[in-house]
Write a protein that binds this ligand. Structure first.
Ligand SMILES: NC(=O)c1ccc[n+]([C@@H]2O[C@H](COP(=O)([O-])OP(=O)(O)OC[C@H]3O[C@@H](n4cnc5c(N)ncnc54)[C@H](O)[C@@H]3O)[C@@H](O)[C@H]2O)c1
Length: 322
């Protein structure tokens, strides 16, 4: 009995976006049907950052992601975020795999955006706006282009070089791109926001009827990308009610008392499972508030582990005297 150890470069080869989208869609659905368990994240706070433990049991696997966030790490030559996942057999508790989960975090976040847009955006969406063109934007784009026929990408980032780098990536994928101002980017069918902002970047007056927004950047208390007015006008769908109220895009509106639990239309899992409707007219504004769930991590970790087994990949480590 050995544990499989998988490096980041190996994990990247063992799962593609299509597999991730399917796994995440199924995970959201199972969670909404009560067929998964996911205790709340546990945080260890430090002066320069934090570490989070994210456990879940779903699809026949148990797992935990142990992930840090240290914004000043680039100064000492380390990434801001580094994540490892342990995947266990729930029958025995045996650790089946230890794998990099840094790439998986971005992949499953992109996949969640793709799944949400599939259920909430207009089917004929052609123009895609990106506010924030860092790491997550690339994965959001990769997932969305699996689902939609993208006619035009509009890109904006505080750092123009980031917007231009992202534009080059989209052009290489055969998509027309315009690097433009934030107001113009918001005139689109599907808007994706992936900034770490603590002030609204997107104004309510810029958002037309019928727009779908993937609000990805706010994943901790105090973070906010959209003016609250947008949330009040929109049909708001979250990945998880508690997490969203605590740290998702709606957290600031909730803490100010202008939004309550009842203002959340549904979880994305409830929409996928058909328990609650998704988009009901071409005119409504829809917002997907993504905070990132441990069930997503275990769902994609499962795919990686099963593909590694099939392909005989990874280092086999016998940790215990069995
Ligand atoms: N919802 C989830 O599951 C999930 C998962 C991963 C990351 N995140 C969050 O997404 C955000 C982005 O993560 P990332 O890995 O892409 O980071 P990143 O640093 O690679 O990219 C962020 C980009 O936003 C830009 N930016 C910052 N403030 C801006 C503003 N006011 N207007 C326009 N652009 C601005 C930066 O210049 C940068 O290019 C973070 O807040 C992160 O915590 C959420």
């Amino acid at each position: 009995m050995a544990t499989v150890i998988l490096r980041e470069d190996e994990v990247e080869q063992l799962i593609d976006m299509e597999e991730a989208v399917n796994a995440v869609e199924e995970a959201f659905k199972l969670y909404s049907l009560g067929k998964a368990s996911m205790p709340p994240k546990v945080y260890l706070e430090f002066q320069k950052g934090d570490l989070r433990a994210m456990p879940a049991h779903i699809m026949g696997y148990a797992g935990i992601k142990w992930v840090n966030s240290h914004p000043n790490n680039p100064d000492v030559g380390l990434p801001t975020v580094m994540a490892l996942m342990i995947l266990n057999d729930p029958e025995t508790g045996f650790p089946l795999a230890v794998m990099d989960a840094t790439f998986l975090t971005s992949l499953r976040t992109g996949a969640a955006g793709g799944v949400a847009a599939k259920y909430l955006a207009r089917k004929d969406s052609r123009v895609f706006g990106f506010v924030g063109c860092g790491k997550q934007a690339y994965f959001q784009f990769d997932a969305l282009r699996k689902i939609f026929d993208i006619g035009l990408v509009k890109a904006y980032d505080l750092r123009r070089s980031a917007a231009e780098g992202f534009a080059d990536y989209c052009k290489k994928a055969g998509v027309d791109v315009s690097v433009t101002d934030v107001k113009d980017v918001c005139k689109c069918d599907i808007l994706v926001t992936t900034t770490p902002s603590r002030q609204p970047v997107v104004k309510a007056s810029w958002i037309d009827k019928g727009t779908h927004i993937n609000a990805i950047g706010a994943d901790a208390a105090g973070k906010q990308e959209l003016e609250i007015e947008i949330l009040l006008r929109a049909k708001v769908v979250v990945d998880d009610v508690k997490q969203a109220m605590h740290g998702g895009e709606i957290n600031v509106a909730v803490s100010k008392g202008v939004m309550q639990r009842d203002d959340i239309h549904a979880t994305i899992g409830e929409v996928i499972a058909g328990i609650k409707p998704g988009r009901e007219s071409d005119d409504e504004i829809t917002v997907f508030d993504s905070t990132g769930l441990a069930i997503q991590d275990v769902a994609v970790g499962k795919v990686v582990f099963e593909n590694a087994k099939k392909e005989g990949k990874g280092l086999k480590m016998q940790f215990f005297k069995i």
